[in-house]
Design a protein around this ligand. Structure first.
Ligand code: COA
Length: 397
């Protein structure tokens, strides 16, 4: 069987629907976007950042898989370069070995379109395939701060996935021991890294000129970072679009020292968070020397809004230190970061790259699963319209 890859278009919508139906019938919780126009960063004119969907078709032009490329400009080697990251793929090979070729063809196709490619997100199924194709695969941390221990222990699903664990966590919550443990862990960290974490912030509607100035004055201190000028940030986090972030302009005295974007999401029956109110630091950027202040401002805002916990994916050692200084736990090996052979040749060896690479929640797959679906609810994806790929139900009893 030959597989060809095409850009998703309206004419394939019914065939994607049929693909999703077959995946479900064969027991998979994964599906692909039926609408060919991405809701997050569709291409409109000549823009630096956009997402595009591709489909794998068999000899009969039936859809057997799909993936998404996110084109973006990155700062590295003292210059701005165009590269891309991918999301997915999802392949019928996962449920029917007859289509094992689809995933290999999709990986080859994305590399032919953009050899300098990375993935930030994904799971072990895809890392097996990538490793077999000489990609470098790392696992990067998640920063977690529990603000309301009682609600966290009672309502989260991440930890409460077996009856015995549920009993223990309930015991901790009701006795107050969990509260004491989680609170003292977080305050011990804050004391150990004591900084005068003061700064001012203004909630802004869009990223404007001050973002460009901040980008130009800060970018030299990073080896590798996605371009975070006003054009890029307004495309990644559009006003009135997805993800519905709160944007912060952070100042210290008269100087703009950083920017942050946060989400405050009341989850409902979420596979990991249950019904918790989840704060996410989606993006953080600025002068590295001020990173603890920037994290402090974003954290304070979310705490004041009443979230139960705050999460953020981060890679840069100095930013990770800034999160620790603000009472976050750094949980290792939580998000896959994979580099194509060509990108690794350009950026340098994957392991050593982590010394000065700035990626966070907005990079790669973005805050899928952490942002509310709200106004984006669509008839085709009632559960997770913007995730596109349904989450696997990984709750184990
Ligand atoms: C992730 C996913 C796309 C991988 O597809 P898959 O078909 O399971 O991929 P596999 O790793 O089994 O590889 C497919 C075949 O290609 C082969 N292969 C891999 N690299 C190859 C290469 N360079 N040349 C030739 N064959 C190759 C594998 O050996 C395998 O062959 P086999 O079926 O004879 O064992 C699929 O499992 C999936 O859709 N999962 C659900 C969605 C998902 O998790 N997506 C990723 C994160 S969002």
């Amino acid at each position: 069987m030959a597989i060809k890859i095409v850009e998703h278009a309206l004419e394939y919508q019914d065939r994607v629907r049929a693909f999703n139906r077959r995946m479900k019938e064969k027991g998979s919780a994964w599906a692909f976007y039926e609408n060919p126009v991405p809701r997050w960063i569709p291409k409109r004119g000549d823009q630096s950042t956009w997402r595009q969907y591709y489909l794998a078709l068999d000899d009969d032009d039936e859809v057997r898989g799909g993936y998404c490329l996110k084109h973006q400009t990155f700062w590295f080697g003292g210059r701005v370069h165009k590269i891309a990251s991918f999301q997915g793929p999802v392949s019928e090979g996962a449920v029917d070995r007859k289509y094992g070729l689809a995933a290999v063809c999709m990986v080859r196709d994305m590399l032919a379109r953009e050899p300098n490619l990375f993935a930030f997100g994904g799971n072990e199924d895809i890392t097996r395939l990538l490793r077999a194709n000489r990609w470098s695969v790392l696992h990067t941390p998640l920063c977690l701060k529990v603000i309301r221990p009682y609600r966290f222990l009672r309502l989260n699903r991440m930890l409460r996935n077996s009856t015995s664990r549920r009993w223990i966590l309930d015991g901790l919550a009701f006795s107050g021991l969990g509260w004491i443990g989680l609170k003292s862990l977080s305050s011990m960290r804050t004391i150990a890294h004591r900084h005068p974490l003061l700064a001012d912030c203004e909630i802004v509607e869009t990223f404007c000129d001050w973002t460009d100035e901040l980008w130009l004055s800060s970018r030299e201190s990073y080896d590798v970072s996605a371009v975070r000028d006003s054009e890029a940030l307004n495309l990644l986090m559009p006003k009135d679009g997805w993800p519905p972030v709160i944007r912060l302009k952070i100042t210290f005295g008269s100087q703009v020292i950083g920017t942050a974007a946060v989400l405050d999401t009341p989850m409902q029956d979420d596979r990991r968070f249950g019904c918790l109110r989840v704060g996410t630091i989606v993006d953080n950027f600025g002068l590295l020397a001020h990173s603890p202040r920037i994290v402090a401002v974003a954290t304070n805002l979310l705490e004041q809004r009443g979230v139960d916990l705050i999460v953020s994916y981060q890679t840069h050692p100095q930013w990770l230190e800034a999160f620790r200084a603000n009472g976050f736990q750094v949980l290792q090996n939580r998000r896959v970061l994979a580099f194509s052979p060509s990108l690794e040749r350009q950026w340098g060896h994957a392991e050593s790259l982590l010394c000065d690479l700035h990626m966070n929640t907005i990079d790669g797959d973005g805050p899928l699963g952490l942002a509310p679906v709200g106004s984006l609810r669509s008839a085709t994806y009632p559960e997770q319209p913007e995730a596109g790929f349904y989450w696997k139900d990984d709750a184990e009893e």
